[in-house]
Each structure stands twice: as C-alpha cells, then as structure tokens.
Design a protein around this ligand. Structure first.
Ligand code: SAH
Length: 354
C-alpha cells in the first residue's frame, strides 16, 4: 500500500468520495477532509479530530501531504513576513506575505533561481536551478493561508523567485487547482503573474480565458538600456513586447501593470519619461514604480526620496495613467526577491558571491 500513497492535494473530491465508499462506506468524510485542508488549513490527518481514529489511519496509509517546510520566518517592523522555505531536495525558495488592513497578499516563487539574468536582481545570481512543481507552488499558497488563518489570503502575486512564464504549465496548473470549487475557490482575478516579458508565454496566456492579471517588469522603455539590465530584451525587444501586450489586452479584462524599478542615474531622466510615454501611450495600463532595493555588491544606486518624488511627479504630469509608488516593504528583512536564498546559498559555498 505504502508505495501507492497519493499526494492528497492532487486527489479530486470525486476520487476521494470513490475511495471512501470503497474503504469505509463513508463518502461524507471527503467533505470533512476538504474542509480541514481548504478551510482550516490543517495538513496532518491526526489533527482532523471529527474523523474517526480508524479512518485517519486508513487515510495515512493511502495519502500524504507534500508541502515545503518553513525554515525561517523574518518579520519586518511593517508587518511584512518573509519565509524561507525548504524543498524536498534541500533547495530553498522565498515567499513574502504583505498584509495591509484591506488585503493580505502573498508573493510566491515559481522557480528555484531564474534563467533570465536581470542585472539588478538577487535571484539572477543563482542561475536557473529548477522549476517548481505544481505541488510546491500550491504548497506556498496553502502554507501562507495557514499562517494567516483566521484571516483570509486575498491576493497572490507571482513576483518571488523565478520567471513564472518559463514554468508555464506548472504555474497555470496550480492556478487552476486553487480556483477549483473543491479546493480554495480562489478567484483568478486576484492572481497576478509578473513577467520579464516572455512573449510566447504572454501569447499563450492570452488564449487561456483564465482572467488573471498580468504585470510586466519594464524597467526601461529605451531598448539599449533595457538590453543592458534585462538580457531578455535582446530576444523579445520592446516593439514586439508592445504588440504582444496590445493583443493581450484585446483578449482580457484587466489593465496591464508595468513595474518600473527606479535606478538612480540610469532610468529616471526626461528622456526615460519620454520613452515611457511613447511605449505605454496606447496600452491601457498602470505603472508601479519601485525604488531599487540594494542587492549584495551590485553597484546600482537607489534614488533618494527627493528623486523618487520628482520622478513620480513628472510621470504624473506626462502620462495620463495611474502611477503608484510601491513602498519597499520589508526592506529590513531583505524582502527583495532572492536576497535571502542568495545569502543562504552563499553560506553553503555554492560558488556565487553577492
Ligand atoms: N521574473 C518575473 C517575476 C520575478 S521578479 C518578473 O521579472 O517580473 C519580481 C519583481 O521584482 C520584478 O518587477 C523585478 O523587476 C523586481 N525586482 C527584482 N529585484 C529587485 C530589486 N533589487 N529591487 C526592487 N525590485 C526588484
């Protein structure tokens, strides 16, 4: 029996009902199990106290829970919590929970490391180690839901480690899972995929009819500058990206969010604003500006508060769209993606230095 144990997260309610009918003649236990897992976030059969001890033993013999382990939790003074999660192969990923009075947002990872090599990013230093499985992706969402309980998780953003569109099938599968009636019933409109601009992935996503939100890490609307900090721009340059996004907008309901990291003396002058205006002009969108969060020994510079305000005001004057400033939350806990894992791996002498 042991070899045939199934990951309970992947067992549909119908299959669970069938199993329970055969094993005990008590199909209603399926509803109790789902209630424990998806409403109370209990991931251990022994704690499912309204299920008989005998039944719990049967469940343990046939199913298992497969969730990442919380290695450390760092709490910021602003309530942000950063989780270092350990996977079965001893790899680490990060997950960040960002609470505010109205929303409880989790920022999750899609890969261990990343292949896209953005020059300002800590995760890039790891290179791509591997894709996360569906179970590891789901696992992050369930773990954070348990942490938040009795509050409910309201938003999920794929803005942690990795490029979600480079792990397309697993990310989409995880979203379909959390959406399903028998599981979290989590609305895809509260899920955002953030991409460095993987055009084939965006095109595929446009055809999915899933109603999720898309964020694009733009960071510069000048090709030469974007080439410099985001090598993906050499494969998928700005004009092609723009056509792809115009097409995406025709097929989906939501405005696109552009993320724009502000790097001092690099992408914040008048010519950058002019290029940005030209690029986003006819795309229905909003822009999220983010001060670059210092990473290890990288030589980029973060802008001062004055420079941020000046840039923001100029953008507002020149562009007729919503501009939001993402306060760098959790700065005291290395909340910029990849920083914690990079430090951890540095300690294990994996050959890269931040
Ligand atoms: N690969 C995806 C998702 C992961 S990066 C993407 O590129 O969108 C998530 C966001 O974090 C991106 O907008 C990226 O530009 C930003 N980011 C990465 N390193 C950062 C840093 N050091 N400071 C501020 N933002 C950073």
């Amino acid at each position: 029996m042991a070899e045939d144990k199934k990951n309970i997260l992947f067992v549909s309610k119908e299959d669970l009902v069938l199993f329970l009918k055969r094993a005990s003649g008590k199909p209603f236990v399926a509803t109790q199990i789902n209630n424990w897992i998806y409403n109370k976030f209990v991931f251990d059969f022994d704690s499912m106290l309204n299920i008989s001890k005998n039944m719990r033993e049967i469940l343990k013999q046939n199913f298992f829970f497969d969730l990442p382990k919380i290695e450390t939790i760092q709490k910021s003074f602003d309530g942000t919590k950063k989780y270092l999660l350990k996977l079965k192969d001893d790899m680490f990923i990060e997950m960040v929970m960002i609470p505010n009075p109205k929303k409880k947002t989790v920022c999750i990872s899609s890969q261990v490391g990343c292949a896209r090599n953005c020059k300002f990013c800590a995760t890039a230093k790891l290179g791509l180690i591997r894709n996360l499985t569906v179970s590891e992706t789901l696992g992050q969402i369930l773990l954070v839901s348990k942490e938040l309980f009795p509050y409910k998780l309201t938003n999920i953003v794929f803005m942690g480690m990795g490029e979600p569109l480079d792990n397309y099938e697993n990310v989409l599968q995880a979203i379909r899972f959390i959406k399903s009636e028998d599981r979290l019933r989590f609305s895809p409109r509260r899920v955002t995929i953030s991409t460095s601009g993987v055009i084939p992935g965006i095109n595929k996503l446009a055809e999915e009819n899933l109603n999720i939100k898309l964020a694009v890490s733009l960071n510069s609307a000048v090709n030469e500058k974007r080439n410099e900090i985001m090598p993906i721009n050499k494969t998928y340059p700005l004009d092609e990206l723009k056509n792809t996004l115009l097409n995406f907008r025709k097929k989906t309901n939501f405005r696109i969010t552009f993320e724009y990291i502000m790097i001092k003396n690099f992408n914040m002058d008048n010519s950058d604003i002019k290029a940005l205006r030209k690029f986003v002009g006819d795309i229905s969108c909003k822009i999220n500006i983010i001060p670059w969060n210092p990473v290890g020994n990288l030589t980029f510079k973060s802008p001062s508060k004055y420079e941020i305000d000046e840039f923001r005001n100029k953008l507002q004057e020149n562009l007729n769209i919503a501009i939001t400033l993402r306060n760098s939350r959790g700065q005291d806990i290395d909340a910029a993606c990849g920083q914690l894992v990079a430090k951890k791996c540095q300690g294990r002498d994996n050959g890269f230095i931040l």
